[in-house]
Design a protein around this ligand. Structure first.
Ligand SMILES: C[S@@+](CC[C@H](N)C(=O)[O-])C[C@H]1O[C@@H](n2cnc3c(N)ncnc32)[C@H](O)[C@@H]1O
Length: 198
């Protein structure tokens, strides 16, 4: 996977543009976390915590899981600087090995596009969830203007829903919630949120 890219960019990851986009994502995720005060949340590929730490007030605990130690280092600094007491980080890559972590909610924002085998990672995240748990995915809609050998050029709602059903999710709600200029590899693009129940 593209770990090295994130290892190298960690200290410079939180640009104005990324923080603006993160605010838009957080606004969309928060309603999904209503009545979750007793729930545990894993932010898979949580990076510098732009999403996970901004919803930590809505859940019992947040675990930022990431395969980049540098990104997690930035998140850890934020946790201590902001005095967030219910959030931690852990280094892991579920595409490499299975972990026995469990959570009520798994959040994955702008990570699925970086993982070559979509079905395998969704299967791993399904296994991490407790029964009745929720997977929230934020990513880009399929975009023919984008090409990169190591990154999916977004996802079509239909085919992603199909994979989510195949790995065992009972239901999925999915909608496009934002269109922006040059937000996906410098191309105009739209983002979706998918919410699936185990
Ligand atoms: C574009 S960043 C998104 C960070 C954060 N979720 C957000 O929305 O601000 C992608 C993150 O996914 C992580 N990542 C990529 N592949 C991963 C994998 N296989 N396992 C865990 N983390 C991964 C990267 O290290 C990086 O921190």
């Amino acid at each position: 996977m593209e770990n090295n890219v994130f290892e190298q960019m960690a200290k410079k990851y939180d640009t104005e543009e990324r923080m603006e986009l993160a605010k838009i994502i957080v606004k969309e995720v928060r309603p999904e976390l209503q009545n979750s005060k007793s729930k545990s949340l894993i932010d898979y590929g949580g990076g510098t915590g732009l999403i996970g730490l901004e919803v930590s007030d809505m859940v019992d605990s947040v675990l930022l899981v990431d395969s980049s130690k540098q990104m997690l280092g930035v998140a850890e600094e934020k946790i201590s600087r902001k005095g967030i007491t219910n959030s931690k980080v852990t280094y892991a890559d579920f595409t490499e090995e299975t972990h026995n972590l469990k959570a009520d909610i798994v959040l994955m924002s702008l990570v699925l596009l970086h993982i070559p085998d979509t079905k395998k990672i969704l299967q791993e995240l399904f296994n991490v969830l407790n029964n009745g748990g929720k997977l929230i995915i934020i990513d880009f809609d399929k975009n023919d203007k984008v090409y990169h050998p190591k990154v999916h050029n977004g996802f079509s709602h239909e085919s992603l829903k199909e994979v989510l059903t195949e790995v065992g999710f009972k239901s999925t709600n999915m909608k496009t919630f934002y269109r922006g200029n040059r937000i996906f590899m410098n191309k105009d693009a739209s983002m979706f949120i998918a919410s699936s129940i185990k």
